[in-house]
Design a protein around this ligand. Structure first.
Ligand code: KIV
Length: 263
């Protein structure tokens, strides 16, 4: 597969080419996903739930992300890798710089951090040191206690405006990509239009530049209550390879997520 860089993703945004992203945590799946043509893989702190069996992402450590980033990089040498900085690993700038170095050394192209205005200084310091930073706003799972659960964000006008302001502020501060999680489709559309960097949506409708899903949701591995925006591609497509191809196809053509999978 061709090597995916940030400038390629920026060009896709300019040319309105949509792209699919997925989480992965190990060598075998990252190899399979990249062989099917997935351009962006997230080593998400969702591994706390999907791999480690915790009930939230909060127990995940920087060492865990380093370990899984190294494994994913071995399977996907040309894929654009985005790795999460876990809970409380970036509460102040020096600490964010130190932990980012560990994760970038493990093979990530970009780090992802959750939050709004309070991140401005940290984003500036990281960007000044040529680190690619992805923001993450809307439903930020590291704040689930504060948010009283995993709920759609930005439904009220004032909350929607706050998210728009945060997205613009983070872009001004230096982020090169933004994940918007569980926000209404209309709001995600507005944010995507207002920003010149690629915006990746999860549970945020079809108008974002990219889509991301947790691999366990896409493959129907998640037991019990699943987020309503997730689609089990494996049940219709027979093999994991075909499911990934279908996911890429549906995202690129704007078929997934349709209204059923949006807010
Ligand atoms: O950790 C993760 O998997 C994520 C996605 C839900 C975007 O942050």
């Amino acid at each position: 597969m061709e090597c995916i860089t940030i400038s390629k993703l920026e060009n896709w945004k300019k040319n309105k080419k949509k792209f699919a992203a997925i989480t992965a945590y190990d060598f075998s799946f990252s190899k399979l996903f990249s062989n099917q043509g997935i351009p962006v893989i997230l080593i998400g702190d969702s591994l706390g739930m999907t791999i480690q069996g915790h009930s939230s992402t909060l127990p995940v450590k920087v060492q865990d992300i380093e370990y899984h980033t190294k494994a994913v990089r071995k399977g996907a040498p040309n894929t654009f890798l985005l790795s999460d900085l876990p809970f409380m690993s970036y509460y102040e700038t020096r600490q964010a710089l130190k932990n980012t170095a560990k994760i970038i050394r493990s093979g990530a192209n970009m780090i992802k951090i959750e939050g709004g205005k309070w991140l401005v200084e940290i984003v500036k310091e990281l960007s000044n040191r040529s680190i690619l930073v992805c923001g993450h706003i809307g439903l930020t799972p590291q704040s689930f206690n504060y948010l009283s659960g995993y709920k759609v964000q930005g439904k009220e006008k004032k909350d929607a405006n706050k998210l728009i302001d945060e997205a613009l502020l983070l872009e001004e501060s230096g982020i090169k990509m933004l994940v918007v999680e569980c926000i209404p489709e209309k709001l995600a559309k507005k944010i995507t239009k207002n920003l010149s960097i690629p915006v990746i949506g999860i549970g945020s409708g079809k108008y974002t530049d990219g889509q991301i899903l947790v691999m366990h949701d896409l493959l129907g591995i998640t037991e019990g209550k699943k987020p309503s925006f997730t689609k089990n591609f494996l049940s219709e497509n027979g093999s994991i390879q075909k499911s990934i191809q279908k996911y890429i196809y549906e995202v690129e053509k704007g078929i997934y997520p349709n209204k059923k999978y949006s807010f």
